[in-house]
Design a binder for this molecule. Structure first.
Ligand code: 5MM
Length: 335
């Protein structure tokens, strides 16, 4: 197990210049939805093959500092029989693990959800340390509507997230806190910025109240964006300005780095927006490295090429290698 003093070192490795994180932690249901699109059988073996294809792609270690795994995946092996976590670490890519477990409706506000996963967490963390995990991730979902999010949703999700972060640090694992403000909805860019700010302030207030070491914790955030169904568009420049403004006003500078999720944006949008955020962040000397932790924006074109067929694997890996290389360049503002 890593000592408490190792946490900031691991955290800084995760946001090393020119690198970001592959989120490959889709739960069985979410992975199933992605597979259904191409008629890929939803079996543990096909999920193992898919993750194996991604992880064994030549050259990805140049652009990936880490990979977030799902519980099933951390128990699986490469086709040569090496556990995935060991295999990744051997390639210089830190293995992480998603530790939140499904959601429950918020009492009195049925459209909102609270993330579960605190029960039995210390035991699960110990097991993941045994598998070689170096960091963990916990996601909460915040929905924007006319009267949402409620304060109760933000506050309780923030409280649970902070409790998780503290447990993770106790276990010697760097927590990645991911309060995802969803893109779904008809809201404006201004409203997205407001909700992200309110959520992040609650998260960091609770994280401090728990006594977490801010230098051994990473934030994974949404970008500030107009709602998907709002009919509004915002340029990458406007998105970058709003995103940086809200982060600067709500994230402590001691945090070693900020990752962005892609949230349903296309690979091209996710690339362009990150590029602008990083360039503008560099121009104003933002206090943190800003990089990616994408799932769909890295994986979608790869899955479309693979379609569950062994003969498509080389082509799919070539596409993945290029997506990683391009996104990594962007994370240095080098597009
Ligand atoms: C928001 O989802 C995270 C980032 O993915 P995108 O870049 O596609 O937005 C992702 O890490 C997510 O937490 C996992 O895919 C797990 O999601 P589920 O819904 O399966 O728990």
């Amino acid at each position: 197990m890593a000592s408490a003093s190792a946490l900031p070192i691991i955290a800084r490795k995760l946001v090393a210049p020119g690198k970001g994180i592959l989120a490959a932690d889709e739960s069985i249901g979410t992975c199933g939805k992605r597979f259904q699109k191409y008629g890929i059988p939803e079996t543990p073996e096909m999920r193992r093959k898919w993750r194996g294809l991604l992880f064994s792609t030549p050259g990805i270690e140049k652009g990936l500092s880490g990979v977030i795994l799902f519980d099933e995946t951390i128990r699986q092996e490469t086709s040569e029989g090496e556990p995935f976590a060991e295999y990744l670490e051997g390639r210089g890519v830190l293995p992480g693990i998603k530790v939140d477990q499904k959601t429950e409706p918020l009492a009195g506000s049925p459209e909102e959800e609270l993330t579960k996963g605190l029960e039995g967490l210390p035991e699960r963390l110990r097991e993941y340390v045994g598998f070689g995990a170096k960091f963990t991730k916990w996601r909460a979902v915040i929905r924007i509507k006319e009267n949402l999010p409620t304060d109760a949703c933000i506050e309780e999700n923030a409280r649970r997230m902070a409790a998780y972060a503290k447990e993770s640090q106790r276990a010697g694992l760097v927590p990645v806190v991911e309060p995802e403000v969803l893109l779904d909805g008809v809201h404006t860019l201004v409203r997205s910025e407001e909700v992200i700010g309110k959520t992040l302030r609650a998260v960091f207030r609770e994280v401090k109240r728990e006594g977490c070491d801010l230098s051994g914790l990473i934030l994974k955030s949404s970008m500030a964006l107009p709602g998907k169904d709002s009919g509004a568009t915002a340029s990458p420049g406007e998105i970058a300005e709003a995103t940086l403004r809200v982060l600067l006003s709500s994230v402590p500078k001691e945090v070693p780095g900020i990752l962005f999720l892609s949230g349903g944006a296309t690979p091209e949008e996710a690339t362009e927006r990150l590029n602008e955020i990083v360039k503008k962040g560099n121009a104003i000397n933002a206090p943190w490295p800003l990089t990616f932790s994408y799932s769909r924006a890295l994986q979608d074109p790869v899955l479309a090429a693979w379609r569950g067929k062994d003969e498509n694997a080389p082509q799919a890996q070539a596409i993945f290698a290029e997506r990683v290389a391009q996104t990594a360049r962007v994370s240095e503002g080098r597009l």
